[in-house]
Design a protein around this ligand. Structure first.
Ligand SMILES: [Zn+2]
Length: 246
């Protein structure tokens, strides 16, 4: 009897492992902007505002140095950061606000954990995350977003197709500037300063206590000193893989 139970347990375990490995692998799409014919080159800076607060070191540096950026905001962040939203709105030439979801739930339609965050887990929950993020933006008087970036920037191929059907382009990136805001200032600055014509940088603007934010500012100023220009996603032609933009 005991042996039978053990065998049944082993069978159940191997089924579970087989079904986990058969689930579609997640993708982390890349995004570039069309390269410039002449000049020192241009890059797109994208900053995620997942939740939490505002890194005013970055926000002030963008305003003071007239560096345009695309900010991916969640519904949660919008609610808690009215002062920062006011500053962004006062500079419509600099800031484009786009959709980072209603509740910062990864846009993956099967149940799993990504970097410790539970995925939406079903097609309906992915829809709800994308649509509530867009509604949070339009509800505060912002124009309807055209780009979506899900929490963790990982997706199942089927959820990418779903988000495209809703009319959004999916915003990947080509340079991971701050490693989820967890890198030190020096390494963050080094990564961002290495950006070349056509790159799309991702970093975070919602972690004012992290050292990475200081590195974001240093890296951007280094790029500016080299003569690179910055564009927002709505001012450039974005070229992504995995069916995210075409
Ligand atoms: Zn995020």
């Amino acid at each position: 009897m005991r042996l039978l139970q053990k065998n049944l347990w082993m069978i159940a375990l191997s089924w579970a492992m087989a079904s986990a490995s058969h689930a579609a692998p997640l993708v982390e799409p890349t995004l570039h902007i069309k390269s410039q014919a002449s000049g020192a080159g241009r890059v797109a800076l994208t900053l995620d505002a997942c939740g939490g607060q505002t890194d005013n070191r970055i926000l002030s540096a963008l305003v003071d140095n007239k560096i345009p950026a695309t900010i991916f905001v969640t519904g949660i962040w919008l609610k808690r950061n009215a002062a920062a939203v006011e500053i962004m709105r006062a500079h419509p030439d600099l800031f484009e606000l786009e959709n980072h979801g209603g509740h910062h739930v990864p846009a993956v339609d099967t149940p799993r954990k990504i970097y410790g965050i539970r995925s939406a887990g079903s097609p309906d929950a992915v829809l709800a995350e994308v649509e509530s993020g867009a509604a949070a933006l339009t509800g505060t008087g912002e124009p309807a977003p055209k780009w979506f970036r899900g929490a963790t920037a990982e997706y199942s191929p089927s959820s990418i197709a779903m988000i495209r059907k809703l009319g959004f382009k999916v915003a990947g990136f080509s340079i991971n500037g701050d490693g989820g805001s967890l890198l030190g200032a020096k390494e963050t600055a080094r990564r961002i300063a290495a950006a070349k014509d056509g790159d799309v940088i991702i970093s975070h603007i919602n972690q004012p206590t992290h050292a990475a934010g200081e590195g974001v500012v240093q890296g951007l100023l280094a790029l500016k000193a080299k003569g690179l220009t910055f564009v927002r996603l709505d001012d450039a032609e974005g070229i992504g893989n995995n069916g995210t933009t075409e």
